[in-house]
Design a protein around this ligand. Structure first.
Ligand SMILES: NC(=O)c1ccc[n+]([C@@H]2O[C@H](COP(=O)([O-])OP(=O)(O)OC[C@H]3O[C@@H](n4cnc5c(N)ncnc54)[C@H](OP(=O)(O)O)[C@@H]3O)[C@@H](O)[C@H]2O)c1
Length: 291
């Protein structure tokens, strides 16, 4: 798009011809059948070589186990602490290659891309919820350090990993990039604005990566997760292994927008039908006495 197109787009928007929900329409997946499936790019876990970030617990560990159950050839199971590696190796000493990877450390990212040069599937899973108190807000926070840390971890570092691994995956004949986002990308949870803004930004980052890889045999998917029983969710919800299999089923079909976990589809329907009602409900929760 040239500068004239951009200006034209902006002036149409300003004139009111583009309604606000068109922004949401970029990232809120349509119901099944209108979901932008790219069947020809569907990626099977069988014989795949996969790198999973944040795989020492929670959803990441669920991915590692699901991939192994489906016959992945090798899984680079990464964690930011050395002490977590032996337990990962013990899952399957033949096929699991544990690696230290703090996704916010540029040297470690580069080292991972070199060590895992046979990868044909990147799963950007590692993420943080933020401080879960006033620091996660914009005005109530003493500064924007929480927002910057959460943006770095949930958006910029996964973007850097996409940049490092897209050429690796291309060189290996194609494959997939799967970015774990959240239903929190669709609306602001104002008690944790830093999380919502990071996931919304990561959703657009994912869409941009998908566009840039449109002509390559690489499926780029955003995973809109909710309600998986991990430390982040207070151990409430779906078993991470079941979530892992849900996502692998969808990637095998070539889905670009994947909805997984407990309650995610219901939320998608609510946001699509009345985004302002969803926003209002979150605002009221912010002011509820026990919030
Ligand atoms: N659980 C849900 O219901 C839910 C819903 C929507 C989206 N998600 C998303 O799912 C993903 C996984 O979350 P989870 O529920 O499994 O949470 P979790 O149990 O808290 O796990 C988070 C993982 O990310 C890792 N991590 C955090 N910062 C990292 C960094 N800088 N470098 C490398 N690894 C890092 C953690 O490693 P350490 O052990 O070293 O901290 C841990 O392995 C996240 O992107 C999250 O936003 C989860």
């Amino acid at each position: 798009m040239n500068r004239r197109d951009v200006l034209q787009g902006l002036s149409i928007a300003a004139a009111g011809a583009i309604s606000a929900p068109s922004v949401l329409a970029q990232v809120v997946p349509a119901p099944a059948g209108r979901s932008g499936r790219q069947s020809q790019k569907g990626m099977s876990a069988r014989d795949a070589v996969v790198l999973v970030t944040g795989s020492n617990r929670g959803i990441g560990l669920g991915f590692v186990k699901a991939l192994l159950e489906r016959g992945a050839a090798r899984v680079y199971a990464t964690a930011r602490r050395e002490k977590d590696l032996p337990a990962l190796r013990a899952i399957d000493p033949e096929r699991v290659r544990p690696l230290v990877l703090d996704i916010n450390e540029p040297d470690q990212r580069a080292a991972a891309a070199t060590a895992a040069s046979d990868v044909n599937w990147l799963i950007n899973n590692a993420g943080v919820a933020g401080s879960r108190d006033e620091r996660s807000r914009i005005l109530a926070a003493p500064d924007l350090e929480d927002a910057k840390w959460v943006m770095q971890t949930n958006c910029w570092s996964p973007a850097e990993l996409c940049r490092l691994f897209a050429p690796v995956i291309k060189a290996n004949g194609g494959g997939a990039i799967s970015n774990v986002l959240s239903v929190g990308a669709w609306f602001c949870v104002p008690s944790a604005t830093s999380y919502s803004m990071s996931k919304a930004a990561a959703a657009m980052m994912t869409a941009g990566v998908r566009a840039e890889l449109d002509r390559d045999p690489i499926l780029v998917s955003g995973i809109y997760t909710a309600g998986v029983a991990t430390r982040m969710s207070g151990e409430q919800g779906m078993d991470p292994l079941v979530h892992g299999h849900q996502v692998l089923d969808a990637v095998a079909l070539g889905e670009t927008e994947i909805i997984a976990g407990t309650g995610a589809e219901r939320l998608r329907d609510e946001v699509r039908s009345d985004p302002k009602a969803v926003e209002r409900e979150r605002i009221e929760r912010l002011y509820a006495p026990d919030a």
